[in-house]
Design a protein around this ligand. Structure first.
Ligand SMILES: *Cc1c(COP(=O)(O)O)cnc(C)c1O
Length: 353
């Protein structure tokens, strides 16, 4: 607290990301980062542009990147918005599209940044309880609302919804914006981007932090009707007209062009996830079915607290949310085969000493 702060700042409760410890020999499975590096082409593109031209402002509308993304999803560039990480893209969507007189609907157990944005922008929200099996029931969202947002797959459950139920929601809900946050869609889901040309109120948000291994570059994008995108552009151009620098734009374009690397690394993570699920089950864990690059699991007789502490002592960090209904779960990011093996051997040592 400081006497120099405004009343508004004094009452904010900011988002707390997974910790980023400053220790090099730690196995970091707590922030859903990609264990494989970015595409070598993306690294080369950034190196090539690390020169005197950085004195210039970047291209104002990142048109080349928008075109690349549009081509990738069968859209036109007026249907694409880019920002400094998908958190920034989401912030603009909350402010510009989801702040309405009626309440915004989202799941009670979901990405914990959503309630923070609601507080930041003064948005009234209604949190819809997940079902007993931690799935989202979109039937619950077919009610009067000022907007709807959910991640697909959801976080931290990892559970995926099919495009059929999302389309049913869109059919029933045409008066407000529906945002599908697809941070993890490349790990086994089908993108709702395919529905954009049919529903003017659909916004699909992606990040390059997870499946494209560029968390450190902060690149996110949204796809939707030109009408929704123009709304986001109006906010962006009233806030920070240059959210992406030259290096980010070049890295993102190169990453999209290197399809093989993208597919191979995603497949590797998906395979590891399936193995990890089986091995955790053998250790006595209940593991929710995941379509993401993490699993959400609870043990039959060991508390999440005990397991998280034991893992930490073994140099492995995972995410433990001390929140009602999920306090006995650990969210474990899928790492390299070696990291996963270390996680499993450490857990085995804690559970079966
Ligand atoms: C990681 C994550 C984001 C944010 O990604 P950035 O692009 O790194 O800001 C957004 N939504 C969900 C559900 C995420 O898990």
């Amino acid at each position: 607290m400081s006497k120099y702060w405004s009343d508004f700042v004094s009452q904010l409760e900011p988002y707390v990301p997974g910790e980023q410890p400053n220790i090099s020999n730690i196995t970091k499975l707590n922030a859903n980062e990609n264990p494989y590096g970015p595409s070598p082409d993306a690294l080369a593109a950034m190196q090539q542009l690390s020169n005197d031209d950085l004195r210039l402002y970047p291209p104002m509308n990142a048109d080349d990147l928008k075109q690349t993304i549009a081509d990738n999803f069968g859209l036109v560039k007026e249907q694409v918005f880019v920002g400094n990480g998908s958190d920034e893209v989401l912030a603009h969507a909350f402010n510009g599209l989801l702040k309405q007189s009626k309440p915004l609907l989202f799941p009670d157990i979901t990405y914990s940044f959503y309630p923070v944005f609601c507080q930041l922008y003064g948005i009234e929200c209604q949190q819809m309880p997940l079902a007993e099996d931690f799935s989202i029931n979109l039937e619950d969202y077919k009610r009067d609302n000022g907007g709807i947002i959910f991640p697909n797959p959801n976080a931290p459950s990892g559970r995926l919804l099919g495009l059929d139920v999302i389309e049913q929601l869109l059919q029933a809900n045409q008066e407000s914006v529906v945002v599908v946050d697809e941070a993890y869609i490349d790990f086994g889901g089908e993108s709702a981007a395919a529905l954009i040309n049919s529903y003017a109120n659909l916004l699909v948000v992606h990040t390059m932090s997870k499946s494209r291994s560029l968390a450190g570059m902060r690149i996110g994008y949204a796809m939707g009707s030109a009408e929704l995108i123009e709304g986001l552009e109006r906010i962006k151009n009233s806030f920070n007209p240059f959210p992406l620098g030259q290096l980010q734009i070049a890295a993102a374009i190169a990453s999209f062009k290197d399809r093989d690397y993208f597919q191979q690394t995603c497949e590797r993570i998906i395979n590891s996830r399936e193995q990890m699920t089986e091995q955790l089950q053998r250790l006595g864990f209940e593991v929710l079915p995941s379509a993401a690059n993490f699993v959400f699991a609870r043990h039959a007789d060991r508390s999440a607290e005990e397991l998280a502490l034991g893992l930490r002592e073994a140099g492995v960090i995972v995410r433990h949310f001390k929140k009602p209904r999920i306090e006995e779960f650990l969210r474990i990011t899928i790492g390299t085969e070696q990291q996963n093996a270390l996680l499993l051997s450490s857990l085995t040592a804690i559970i079966k000493p």
